[in-house]
Design a protein around this ligand. Structure first.
Ligand code: CAO
Length: 469
């Protein structure tokens, strides 16, 4: 039997993806779960696995094209007797029956029109169908229902576990585009359903209450990078144009949002890591085969876990709409990873309950996944604070940008030998420049200085972690 294989659901509000590579050719045999397509969305790259066993009969997309969710991307002749994984009809759509996914292809205008008319039940069904996507962009048909998904921000981070809200996709999209956290919007419709008007009113409230420059209700593109009229460069010389990658576009939008909505300040300090570096080198020599290398960033993850516990206002998000501060009781750290596709910020989880050796392993795995395009949208979610360590590359300092809705980011530059004056003598010490950019709405300068000093002291004297961490 020939099965039309459709591009499955990829996550909330993701309607299409770039086809990076078609991993099979006509005539290839595939097993269930064999990767058949590599795709890239704003948030991540995935390998899409086959849900059937059979032989590839026809390819309907090729590398470089854009495929829509629900679109038939190839036809697979199922092997005789091969058991196809069945989905409960109202749970996840099968490859051959793209009903729910086809709806995704409706135009925005249609969606907009429908949005206000949908019953609350329909909204709940939408929310459930947009619960977390599976690892390779494919729905696991046998899984138990999962808890509600988080509402990721455009770089994939979020403020932690939250409930899905009853709102149409178009409403959620508008909220995201104008930088409104839909979790904070009060719905005025039946059963608290959130309408587009509710989102706009919420944005207006934000503007009048907090004076925030971003979320302009009347300008849905406010959170996107503003369009600047460019000169005619050809007057000055040769040029060439390249389309922005999804990662670059998402980074540009998120950075603009962070920069325009967070009044931020950067505090600088230096940590004497002479002794720590000696210890790190010694411990690395004792490493068993296959164990991840102990690096500065892995140690910093542990130090940050303790610092967040000691200074809870750094493990928080600011909720201007309700004039509240959200304090988090979990400890996840986003790590900026330099990849050939650009900056990605996957999250290392529960750093407080892991030792440094485990954190080195976690960091190694997540950075490799980011670099090898194995990262999943959920790997970007739930970060409390971010580390950006450029020390492996070089430099003496920089001012990282706070990643909303977090309130701080630690920036690390390359450690170098410096003369340090102490008791009327200069000593040669390995000094590591560290900085902290922070949201000045919530964090006062004195608190930032204390936080960063504590981080430096913990690096200089790790016993502090046991005493105070
Ligand atoms: N000072 C001196 N040496 C440093 C250092 C620092 N600040 N940071 C790392 N190093 C050392 C490491 O200890 C390691 O040394 P050895 O080879 O002697 O063990 C070496 O440099 C290479 O480290 P690494 O970079 O491979 O590993 P890491 O765990 O420290 O960092 C990661 C991991 C993912 C943070 C890093 O690879 C990376 O991608 N950094 C770029 C982050 C980035 O792009 N930030 C900008 C974001 S925009 O704000």
């Amino acid at each position: 039997m020939a099965t039309e294989f459709i591009l499955p659901e990829l996550g909330e509000n993701i309607e299409s993806a770039d086809v990076v590579e078609v991993l099979v050719s006509v005539g290839d045999s595939v097993e269930v779960d064999d990767p058949i397509l590599e795709i890239e969305t704003d948030k991540a790259s995935f390998e899409v696995p086959s849900t059937v066993k059979g032989v590839i009969k026809e390819l309907r997309v090729s590398a470089g094209e854009v495929a829509k969710v629900g679109q038939v991307v190839m036809v697979i002749e199922e092997s005789e007797g091969a058991a196809k994984e069945e989905a409960p009809e109202d749970d996840a759509p099968s490859s051959a029956e793209p009903s729910a996914q086809e709806e995704r292809q409706d135009s925005d205008e249609q969606e907009e029109g429908q949005a206000e008319q949908e019953e609350p039940e329909a909204a709940t069904a939408t929310a459930v169908s947009e619960a977390p996507t599976e690892s390779r962009g494919q729905v696991d048909l046998n899984r138990e229902p999962e808890p509600p998904a988080e509402e990721p921000s455009s770089n994939g981070t979020s403020s932690g576990a939250r409930q899905l809200v009853p709102a149409a996709p178009s409403t959620r999209r508008l909220a995201r585009e104008i930088g409104v956290n839909i979790q904070q919007v009060k719905g005025t419709g039946p059963s608290g359903r959130i309408s587009i008007e509710d989102v706009k009113n919420h944005a207006k409230k934000l503007l009048s209450g907090a004076g925030a420059p971003a979320a302009a209700a009347s300008a849905p593109a406010a959170a996107s990078v503003p369009v600047v009229t460019l000169p005619d460069f050809s007057k000055f010389g040769e040029t060439k144009r390249e389309k922005m990658s999804n990662v670059r576009r998402a980074t540009a939008n998120q950075m603009h949002l962070n920069w325009s909505t967070i009044p931020q300040v950067t505090q600088f300090d230096k940590a004497d890591i002479t002794d720590l570096e000696a210890l790190r080198k010694q411990l690395n020599k004792r490493r068993a085969e296959g164990e991840a290398k102990l690096t500065v960033t892995a140690i910093l993850l542990k130090v940050l876990a303790s610092a967040l516990k000691k200074f809870p206002q750094f493990n928080a998000s600011i909720d201007m709409a309700n004039e509240e501060v959200v304090y988090k009781d979990y400890f996840n750290v986003g790590v900026a990873v330099d990849t050939d596709r650009g900056l990605l910020v996957p999250v290392v989880r529960d750093v407080d309950s892991r030792n440094v050796k485990q954190l080195a392993q976690d960091l190694n795995e997540i950075a490799e996944k980011a670099r090898n395009k194995k990262i999943r949208p959920e790997d970007f979610q739930g970060s409390c604070i971010t580390i950006s360590n450029l020390g492996g590359i070089g430099g003496v300092g920089f001012t990282p940008i706070v990643n909303s809705p977090e309130v701080a980011i630690l920036g690390v530059s390359r450690a170098s030998m410096e003369p340090v004056y102490h008791d009327e003598t200069f000593y040669a010490r390995l000094m590591m420049p560290i900085c902290l950019s922070y949201d000045h709405r919530l964090i006062d300068g004195a608190d930032a200085a204390r936080f960063l000093r504590w981080v430096c002291e913990a690096l200089e004297n790790p016993a502090l972690l046991a005493f105070e961490g």
